[in-house]
Design a protein around this ligand. Structure first.
Ligand code: NAP
Length: 238
C-alpha cells in the first residue's frame, strides 16, 4: 500500500456507511478502531458517545495503546430527526447538533495531536446531501451537517500546511438502517423504490459507494485534495 498501513478511527462504524468504511479500510491493511454507541467490527471496537469528550478521550487512549497513533479519522456517527420546525424542541435540536456537529469537533480535536506529531493526517467527515438541497422537517439535521461542511473547508486551510487533509462526503440516499427506518416511518416522501425512479443512475446508493470514495480521500495519493465536499449521490444533486 503506498504510504503504508495507518491507524484509522471510524466513528459510527458499527452500522451502515461507517461499517462499510471500517471494513474497506481494514481490507486495505489499515489498523481500524470502531467507535460507536453499539460498536462491532474493526480490529478494536470501542463504546463511546461522540458527544462526550471524556468517553472519546478514554477510547482514543485505548486506540493509541493497542494500535498506535491515529493517522486517519472518519467521522460517520450521525443522528437524523424529523420534526416540523414550529414543533421542534430545543432539546431535540441540541441533540442532533451535538451528535452531528459537536461530535466532529470532539473527535478531530482528540486525534489532532497524533496527526500534527506525524505531520500527516487524513480527516473525512460524512455530512449529507441534504446540505445541497435542503430537506423539510430536518432543520436541525441540515443545519448541523451544513456546519460540518463549513468546518471542513475552514479546517482544511488551517491544517493543510501541517500535512493534514480535511474533506467531506455528503452522501445521498444510501441503503442503511437510517434510510430504511425513515422509509418505515413514512418520512422519505415516497418509498425507496419510488426514489430509485427519480435517481439518475436508477439505483439506491450502497454503503460501499461511500466507502470507496472515503478510502481514496484517506489514501496517500489524495494528498492534493483538501477542503472539498465530494458528493456521492447517484446524480441526485449536481
Ligand atoms: P446508521 O446506520 O444509523 O449508522 C450511524 C451510526 O452512528 C450508528 O451505528 C449509530 O449508533 C452511531 N451513532 C449515533 N449516535 C452516536 C453517538 N452519539 N456516538 C457514537 N455513535 C453514534 O446510519 P448511516 O446511514 O450509515 O449514516 C452514517 C452517516 O451518513 C451519518 O452521519 C448520516 O447522517 C450520514 N448520511 C446518511 C445518509 C443515507 O442515505 N443513509 C444520507 C446522508 C447522510 P446506534 O445505531 O447505536 O444509534
Amino acid at each position: 500500500m503506498p504510504g503504508g498501513a495507518r491507524t484509522a478511527v471510524v466513528t459510527g462504524g458499527g452500522s451502515g456507511i461507517g461499517r462499510a468504511i471500517a471494513e474497506r479500510l481494514a481490507a486495505e491493511g489499515h489498523r481500524v478502531a470502531v467507535l460507536d454507541l453499539n460498536p462491532s467490527g474493526g480490529e478494536l471496537a470501542l463504546t463511546a458517545d461522540v458527544t462526550d469528550r471524556a468517553q472519546i478521550d478514554v477510547a482514543l487512549a485505548g486506540v493509541r495503546d493497542r494500535l498506535g497513533p491515529v493517522g486517519i479519522l472518519v467521522n460517520a456517527a450521525g443522528l437524523d430527526g424529523f420534526k416540523r420546525f414550529a414543533d421542534l424542541s430545543f432539546d431535540a435540536w441540541q441533540r442532533v447538533v451535538d451528535v452531528n456537529l459537536n461530535g466532529v469537533f470532539h473527535c478531530v480535536q482528540a486525534v489532532l495531536p497524533d496527526m500534527l506529531g506525524a505531520k500527516w493526517g487524513r480527516i473525512v467527515n460524512i455530512s449529507s446531501s441534504s446540505t445541497h438541497s435542503g430537506q423539510p422537517y430536518m432543520t436541525h439535521y441540515v443545519a448541523a451537517k451544513s456546519a460540518v461542511n463549513g468546518l471542513t473547508k475552514a479546517l482544511a486551510l488551517e491544517l493543510g500546511p501541517l500535512g493534514v487533509t480535511v474533506n467531506a462526503i455528503p452522501p445521498g440516499f444510501v441503503d442503511t438502517p437510517m434510510l430504511r427506518k425513515a422509509e418505515e416511518r413514512g418520512l422519505l416522501g415516497g418509498t425507496v423504490e419510488e426514489h430509485i425512479g427519480r435517481t439518475p443512475v436508477r439505483r439506491v446508493g450502497r454503503p460501499e459507494d461511500i466507502a470507496a470514495t472515503c478510502s481514496f480521500l484517506a489514501s496517500e495519493e489524495a494528498g492534493y485534495i483538501t477542503g472539498q465536499i465530494v458528493g456521492v449521490n447517484g446524480g441526485r444533486n449536481t
